[in-house]
Write a protein that binds this ligand. Sequence first.
Ligand SMILES: *Cc1c(COP(=O)(O)O)cnc(C)c1O
Length: 328
Amino acid sequence: MTDLRSDTVTQPTEAMREAMLTAKLGDDVYGEDPTVNELEALAASTLGKEAGLFAPSGTQSNLLALLTHCGRGDEYLVGNNAHTYRYEGGGAAVLGGIQPQPITMNLSGELDLEELCASIKPDDFHFARSRLLCLENTHGGSVLSAHFCNQVRDLCNKFDLSLHLDGARLFNAAVAQKKHPKVLAEAFDTVSICLSKGLGAPVGSVLIGPREFINQARRWRKVVGGGMRQAGMLAGAGIYALQNHVERLSVDHKNAQTVCAVLERKFGTDSARCATNMIHLDLSEKIYASLSKTMSALGVKVGRPRWVFHLDVSSLDVERICGAIDSF
Ligand SMILES: *Cc1c(COP(=O)(O)O)cnc(C)c1O
């Protein structure tokens, strides 16, 4: 079975399982798990920041960032289709009394800067206090441009806002742009990365930022129940992923491009859009349903018209998928 529904479906490889089995363990709530400590240090140095904090999910890692940047009655500005706005259960509002201010966002993940500026509240007790801006890289596979990130950084400096990046797939962006992840993280105060997407670990995210910030986020992690004990078994997978599964993301990007080209040839150039490891299909409901059936008969699972490539999709799978589209 090949599963294109998401890059979260990957199984740990044999070598990753070995790294998990042999990881040195301790109680991480006491700060004594050497493997968790190593992962946090590795993630921080990889992104050029002071400290890291291992969290069980990207949702929690982003939540810890929001709870630490903002207090009750504060506000974060965020893209209206961003994960931290739409797909995290409203956690910042539920648990932190933090008001989200959604801003129109395009398919590339860029916010409308005019609308953004107009939405930043002046210091007046009628308003929530604008504290934080959140971006996402990649957004639906699309890579944020350095130009946009720099523009936003300048705005944040001007309006005294902190800047957080939901970098669930930051490494896809880095590999696609052939840039060190440090460079992509530079404009941001804090960054959340996912180990369980394209990097292929079974579980885990890391929140990265200044040491004092991470100390406070660690308190919030305990509050929301994210303090795990011998978590080194999971962190070991994360270290393995950071050391072995970053460069190979280019294979996923290439596979997505290959399949996208075949879709375009078959259904027209507007029928599919490729962005790093994802293809967004734009077909009539009827044709898509029929194509999904064909894929299913081939042993390829697809869900909504977004196909995601990852390390459990082989070159043989790609050949079979292309063949099936060709003769559809
Ligand atoms: C997956 C994802 C997250 C985190 O999701 P979890 O399933 O909680 O790990 C955050 N942001 C984006 C853009 C994501 O794709």
